[in-house]
Design a protein around this ligand. Sequence first.
Ligand code: NAP
Ligand code: HSE
Length: 430
Amino acid sequence: MDKEICIGLLGSGTVGTGVARVLTMNQQQIRERVGASLVLKRVLVRDLKKERPGLEGVEKTDRFEDILEDPDIHIIVEVMGGIHPAKEYMLRALEAGKHVVTANKDVVAEYGHALFDMAAKHHVNFRFEAAVGGGIPIITPLKECLTANRITKILGILNGTTNYMLTKMSECGSDYDTVLKEAQDKGYAEADPTADVEGLDAARKAAILASIAFNSRVKLSDVSVEGITKITPEDISYAKTLGYTVKLLVVGTDSADGIDIRVHPVFLSCEHPLASVNGVYNAIFVHGNALGDAMFYGQGAGSLPTASAVVSDVIAVTRDIERGEITSVGCTCYEDKPICPLERTRSSYYVRLLVDDEPGVLGQIATAFGNAGVSLNSVVQTRRNVVDHAEIVAITHIVEHAKVERAIASLRKLPVVDEIRNIIRVESGR
Ligand code: NAP
Ligand code: HSE
């Protein structure tokens, strides 16, 4: 008879049912690849009476201990989501000598170090490929395939909901509320879309990615975050005119100033490979000092794409069980690099102003930028989107954030400036 490796599944929602489906649909191929059958032995559910389509043949329990204490179960897959009790269940599982695979970015971003420590102490695997970029392989490539490099820059589109919304705003000229409703109707955005549109979902993934790429622990609170709620069709239209597309980007740099890690909307040059990543797709662009540029592209969410990453982790663990040794790379935060404070971060900026339409206005604005030490790359004045006023769009050269803040403070004081309509960073990707 075939050797069997038993799995306990925590959570049977979108990803949990995907995991069951991948294990069934690719059963024979997986058996041939690992030399053992992967068996979903038990599933933890909250409500034993609720129908679980796709998990009909699997034993259900509402007691975590039934999985934890089952000596046949060697691998626990956590796909419940949220911090509690997911974190406690994973720690207890590792402590009990079970290997853990998770898709939970919330827990990994905040408690990854504790989980790694527990895994190392008990000589088991802790893997989380699906936590960043869903089905796109990026954690293992960074930890293994690119480990010969010093990674100096990561750029990522890591939230499908907001990328879908910005793509629709760009394609159809629709406003934020209309595309949000569309994203909800299509099931991309959750009923409460706050974590996606305010950038928190991407920030958690950014903290995980930066920690691994730059070999130094980056906490969620180290990530400067700004969402897409202030992006208007007018900004999107200016972006197009100027040769950019608007994206919610994870921007991470490792330099002599420390680690600069941010999530915010950007005007991204249409020539950058990430500019053509549209709809719900995700992509991560990495620069390594030996490799140069590389881009990882695919489906960052969804039942089967995410399950693809989860089950691949399970297979890697199974191979370790077969070999009798742990080969997965554990925590890679060997260094303790400083975080570059937001005011010292450097970028180019798009600033859109509503001003009085009278002689000398442009001069006053240029002086306010100049006095703050901000050099302008281009200035466009139009009467688009306005009545009895003018709109000025300035693109700055690359400058420290603190200087732009100083310029904005002076501009607000000018009587000819009626409104600062938006400030968005410009990213060339270099
Ligand atoms: P989901 O559809 O909401 O499913 C969560 C499942 O966990 C549900 O079956 C829920 O039970 C169960 N659950 C929650 N708390 C529980 C508890 N205390 N005890 C027992 N069961 C519990 O979520 P999902 O989309 O599959 O996401 C799961 C995880 O994968 C999250 O960490 C998410 O961030 C991550 N992820 C998801 C995607 C994606 O595309 N969905 C992509 C990448 C990563 P009920 O059935 O009783 O509600
Ligand atoms: N809510 C996320 C997104 C998927 O829209 O990309 C789960 O990480």
